[in-house]
Structures are given as structure tokens and as C-alpha cells.
Design a protein around this ligand. Structure first.
Ligand code: AMP
Length: 250
């Protein structure tokens, strides 16, 4: 039996009371690991590089086994770029290759660059027009209830790729769930950790990291999901928020 353990933390009060988002985390774990994982999440919320949280919400609920679905881990490629501007240019070209229109790629990049501060979730943009589709304003759509099938395997797989940081560990699981969603064409992301400048684009064809997508020291990060027009948006958002997904290493 698995439990969804998720954390969101903010500074200056709860998110819903206008607090500034500090960090979040999502795991699916067996009962015997709940305490340890929840403890690690609290420690992280209290010592995040974006600041110390004064509001921490941990939610734990049981996931029905018959609800679980599995998706494959995306393949990973890293592209070295000399600076953030070059990284963003390369990421934009790669997004067009996935089938997102140039107009939508431009809109997605501008939406991320214009963020006054990090959101808690992602913006959903039409992959053709670039128009924002979700009605969630500054909070965004948070992807939840996902984890890797086997931690040890995953660690080994990432080590073989020379990737050991927690950002990639978490982002690759999230991106694998998102890329498998009905109607998602691609994702663009960079972290809100001021010390972490790498970012990625992902699609069903793989996860492509760019060593620099934002400048060092910036506490603003975000995610954009590019959505095929005409799909059932409500069903997609329900999948992203609530469908429990286990990601398997091939
Ligand atoms: P991170 O990769 O954790 O540094 O997050 C970068 C940005 O991605 C955050 O500021 C959020 O806007 C967004 N984000 C983080 N976690 C999620 C999630 N579980 N679902 C949707 N968006 C997220």
C-alpha cells in the first residue's frame, strides 16, 4: 500500500493567505517510510535557499492500488551552453522540434521571464496560440502523486549519467508523469533555487537539460506545459493533480 506524502511551504503565512511560496515536494511511499520522508520534507522547508518557511503544510493520504498507473522514465540528454541566453535560445529551438508553435514557445518563454516571483505550480499554455489555458492565476497547477518505482535503480541510473543532484531526481519524475499526460506536447522549466541555473525541456521524446537557462542568484523559476488544442482540459488537470503515477526505469 502506498501513501501520497506532499509538502508545500511558504513565508509570510499560508499560500492561500498571500504567503510567498518557498518549496514543495511530492512522494509516493510505503507506510514504513512516511515518518522519515515527512521529516526530510520539513527539514527542507526550514532550510531552503529561497528562505525559511513559516508555514508548512504536509498532507498524507492513502493511494488505492487499483488507481496506480505506471509510465516510463524519460531518456535524458544534457546540452552544455555558455550562458543563460544561449540556453534559452537552444531550448526554444528544441521546443519547436517537439511540435510547439514558434508563437507559443515565445509566449511560454516570456511568461516565465515575466514572473515577479515563483508560483507553486505550472502554467498551461496552448501549444498553438500560446494563450494561457488554466484559470489558476499566480498559484498554477501543481502536479502531484508521483514517484519512482525503485529508488536504488534510479540513483544508479542517474549516477551513470553523472547526475546526482536532487533537482534532477525530482524534475525527471515530474516530467515523466507530465509527458505521458494526454494532450501535453512539451514542458519548459527552470528551477527557483537561486544556486541552480540548469533547466530543461521535456516531451514524450525525452528530457533535454540545458546547463544554464537562468542567471545565478535568481530566486524565480517556473514551469510551462504546452497543451494540444481541443483536449479535455479538466481531465488533464485532474490527471496532473490527482492520478497516482509510478515512474519505471527501463
Ligand atoms: P523547482 O524545480 O522545484 O525549483 O520548481 C521550479 C518551479 O516549477 C516552481 O517555482 C513552480 O512554479 C514549478 N513547480 C515545482 N513543483 C511543481 C509541481 N509539483 N507541479 C507543478 N509545478 C511545479
Amino acid at each position: 500500500m502506498l501513501y501520497s506524502v506532499r509538502m508545500r511551504s511558504a513565508q509570510g503565512g499560508a499560500h492561500e493567505a498571500g504567503g510567498r511560496h518557498i518549496s514543495g515536494a511530492e512522494r509516493l511511499v510505503p507506510e514504513q517510510h512516511i515518518e522519515r520522508i515527512a521529516g526530510e520534507m520539513v527539514a527542507r522547508a526550514l532550510s531552503h535557499s529561497r528562505g525559511s518557511a513559516d508555514f508548512i503544510n504536509i498532507t498524507i493520504d492513502k493511494v488505492r492500488t487499483d488507481e496506480l498507473c505506471t509510465v516510463p522514465l524519460l531518456t535524458v540528454k544534457t546540452v552544455d551552453v555558455p550562458h543563460a541566453e544561449a540556453g534559452r535560445k537552444a531550448a526554444m529551438a528544441a521546443l519547436v522540434q517537439t511540435g510547439v508553435s514558434e508563437q507559443a514557445v515565445q509566449a511560454g518563454m516570456e511568461a516565465l521571464l515575466a514572473l515577479p516571483d515563483s508560483m507553486r505550480g505550472a502554467m498551461l499554455l496552448c501549444a498553438e496560440t500560446g494563450k494561457r489555458l488554466d484559470g489558476t492565476g499566480q498559484s498554477g497547477v501543481r502536479v502531484s502523486r508521483m514517484d519512482i518505482a525503485d529508488d536504488q535503480d534510479y540513483r544508479q541510473c542517474l549516477e551513470n549519467l553523472g547526475l546526482t543532484n536532487v533537482h534532477v531526481r525530482e524534475a525527471l519524475v515530474l516530467a515523466s508523469k507530465v509527458a505521458a499526460a494526454p494532450g501535453v506536447v512539451a514542458e519548459l522549466c527552470w528551477s527557483d533555487d537561486p544556486e541552480y541555473t540548469a533547466g530543461y525541456i521535456a516531451s514524450a521524446n525525452g528530457y533535454c537539460r540545458f546547463t544554464q537557462l537562468k542567471s545565478y542568484g535568481s530566486p524565480v523559476g517556473g514551469r510551462v506545459f504546452f497543451i494540444r488544442p481541443g483536449i479535455d482540459l479538466e481531465a488533464l488537470i485532474a490527471y496532473l493533480r490527482r492520478q497516482p503515477v509510478i515512474v519505471t526505469v527501463k
